[in-house]
Design a protein around this ligand. Structure first.
Ligand SMILES: Cc1cn([C@H]2C[C@H](O)[C@@H](COP(=O)(O)OP(=O)(O)OP(=O)(O)O)O2)c(=O)[nH]c1=O
Length: 209
């Protein structure tokens, strides 16, 4: 394929983002991808003894396939989905529903390093691909008063692990080793590489004159 042909292929590659997350929308926009949004709304319950990686992979691919199978979904558009898990001592922290849960989660993260695992999946017809990125995030010690104040700001409410690195919780984060965008919900380097691979594969599978 010549470079000019590949550039033409880029023009008609639109994806569906299977997510209700405003962060994922913002991040995908940042790398210039043309997309529409259809949330998957699936049951995100973790199975007993399911390893964090297996959990993130299953949930990511279930989000993608749920949207792909929606009645009337256009069968010429790939679906992109993602899932983020905050992992501490092999436990996956969910999203806190009240102040008590929020304080309990932040107490587990205070003064130590945890992992944030984000998966990205893409699905088109019978093809699917999955990649994941694990980042190590180190929090300084956080006082209970700070945790309670943080809950009241509302920022931790719909976030895995009860915090958002892109907001006020940046002042808790002493170090990140990995992908900042991955911690925020969509690892941009890996997402863009995945889309680039697909762009080439889809271009090659089209009839050309
Ligand atoms: C750790 C962390 C998570 N988050 C967010 C990203 C995700 O929106 C959310 C993780 O929950 P997810 O279940 O991965 O995503 P979601 O339910 O918000 O959206 P959908 O399933 O429809 O795609 O937490 C941040 O915004 N910043 C952070 O620092």
């Amino acid at each position: 394929m010549t470079e000019s042909n590949l550039n033409k292929a880029i023009v008609y590659f639109r994806v569906c983002l299977a997510s209700q997350s405003p962060r994922r929308r913002e991040l995908l926009k940042q790398i210039g991808v043309d997309f529409e949004v259809r949330p998957a709304n699936i049951d995100e319950q973790r199975w007993n003894n399911e390893k964090p990686y297996d959990y993130v992979r299953r949930i990511t691919l279930t989000k993608a396939s749920t949207v792909w199978q929606q009645p009337g979904f256009p069968q010429d558009m790939p679906v992109l989905a993602s899932d983020t898990a905050v992992v501490v001592d092999d436990d996956v922290l969910g999203k806190p529903e009240n102040e008590q849960e929020s304080v309990a989660m932040l107490s587990r993260l205070s003064g130590r390093t945890h992992q944030v695992l984000t998966g990205v999946g893409i699905m088109f017809a019978n093809k699917r691909e999955f990649v994941s990125v694990e980042s190590e995030v180190t929090f300084r010690e956080i006082s209970e008063a700070e945790m309670r104040h943080y809950w009241k700001t509302g920022e931790g409410r719909d976030k895995a692990g009860g915090y958002a690195v892109q907001g006020l919780a940046a002042s808790f984060v002493a170090n990140i080793n990995g992908s900042f965008s991955g911690v925020m919900g969509l690892p941009l380097f890996e997402t863009s590489a995945l889309l680039q691979q697909w762009r080439v594969a889809m271009w090659l599978s089209r009839p050309h004159s």
